[in-house]
Design a protein around this ligand. Structure first.
Ligand code: ATP
Ligand code: SF4
Ligand code: MG
Length: 383
């Protein structure tokens, strides 16, 4: 985790500053829903990402969290222009990516790499590790001949903690954690500035998760990398991120430094997510207040009007909540939230309708709140 820096914004929406490596401004990604074999009619849209502004600063780790289906991966793919945005723009190191095509886009893409959740499906099983890594180098004209490339591959393997003998092996000969190291080496091979890691450890055992997270942190320091880490596990995000953005149904609802977000969540949705994390101290755990969300996550094809969270929000008010979509506003320094009533909720001027203090069951996890990170992950990362 790097030291986050504070600078004056130059673009008010995304909070982009001179220190920004990549900013996303008003990004929307809507997928058409098609019906009919012959006419192929568009009968609606999935509003996967629906107006997101954010800025990732050079050298920092920005963690993006939210329930399954809220649009995290689609947003990550839009940053890389793997999903074409319906609206908005992505600015990478001062260049609007939509202005680039062909060779210009290819050169810019080298600087942005992706690490995927499931290394088994993202690595071609028929290719040896050597050919997987060389392929990336060749795609960007970085294969400098047998000797120099050999040296480069060995140093990449050493950076990710794999032996040189790995070059001749195939993905199925490795464990899950080792395969993720290969995926990271592949991303590193082309010397990127930004790595978008989409659920980089969620397919791994808890003990291996900690090793891979620690590796990502070491590599960040060694190579000055900037990370956008997408995860549903709040413990992992808290550990690795300088700043965190919380997504709900295609939009950002809260953004703050990791410490501020976990110390004082301001958005009712974030409060509910954090209240579901088990606390290691049994006395605190027994008396812990849980905010239970009622109702299912609405469909992104038919998101609620007004505040998208109003159908599940325990603090929902008679006015504004179901008619006006709240904008992200800076409520505390560096801490933004999209809720009309954030100040009143913070000052306890309005009370939740249905907060229940419940004794947490033995397994500690309520099925109603899926975004729970095991406390042991953070412990394993801080031995
Ligand atoms: N290519 C596509 N065509 C149509 N709908 C899509 C497409 N890709 C994603 N979606 C839909 O967009 C919404 C957001 O999906 P996305 O994969 O971005 O969510 P996510 O937050 O990454 O979820 P998860 O945590 O499960 O990975 C979902 O409803 C998904 O079904
Ligand atoms: S705007 Fe209303 S519904 Fe939305 S989070 Fe705030 S209080 Fe809840
Ligand atoms: Mg995803």
């Amino acid at each position: 985790m790097s030291t986050a820096v504070n600078h004056e914004p130059e673009t008010p929406g995304s909070g982009a500053t001179n220190d920004t490596l990549v900013s996303v401004e008003g990004i929307k990604v809507h997928f058409p829903i098609k019906r009919g074999v012959i006419l192929d009619r568009t009968v609606g849209h999935v509003y996967a990402v629906d107006g997101v502004d954010l800025a990732v600063r050079r050298g920092e780790t920005y963690g993006l969290v939210g329930e399954s289906g809220c649009g995290k991966s689609t947003l990550g793919r839009a940053v890389l222009r793997l999903s074409e945005p319906t609206a908005g723009r992505v600015v990478f190191d001062g260049t609007d990516l939509s202005s680039l095509k062909g060779e210009g886009l290819r050169r810019m893409r080298r600087r942005m790499q992706m690490v995927f959740q499931d290394p088994m499906s993202s690595l071609d099983p028929r290719q040896s590790v050597e050919s997987i890594l060389v392929e990336g180098l060749r795609a960007h004209d970085l294969d400098k001949g047998r000797e120099e490339t050999g040296k480069r591959l060995r140093s990449l393997l050493s950076a990710v903690g794999l032996p040189n003998t790995s070059l001749r092996k195939y993905p199925h000969e490795f464990s899950g954690g080792q395969r993720q190291r290969i995926g990271i080496a592949r991303a590193l091979a082309v010397e990127p500035d930004l790595i978008i890691a989409d659920e980089p450890v969620s397919a791994l055992d808890v003990s291996v998760q900690a090793q891979v997270v620690n590796l990502l942190e070491d590599l960040q320091e060694e190579f000055g990398l900037t990370y956008l880490v997408i995860a549903h596990d709040l413990a992992v995000v808290r550990h690795i991120s300088d700043r965190v953005g919380v997504m709900y149904l295609g939009g950002l609802v809260e953004e703050a430094t990791s410490d501020d977000l976990y110390a004082e969540p301001l958005h009712p949705y974030t409060k509910a997510l954090l209240s579901a994390i088990p606390v290691p101290d049994p006395l605190v755990e027994d008396r812990r207040e849980r905010i239970l969300l009622t109702g299912d996550l609405p469909s992104p094809a038919n998101p609620p009007k007004g505040c998208r969270f109003h159908t599940r929000c325990p603090w929902k008010q008679e006015t504004r909540c179901d008619t006006e979509r709240p904008e992200m506003r800076e409520v505390l320094p560096g801490h933004k939230v999209a809720c009309h009533w954030a100040e009143d909720i913070r000052a306890n001027r309005i009370q939740p309708h249905a907060v229940e203090a419940v004794l947490v069951e033995e397994d500690g996890i309520s099925p109603d709140v899926p975004l729970v990170g095991p406390a042991s992950v953070t412990e394993a990362m801080n031995p």
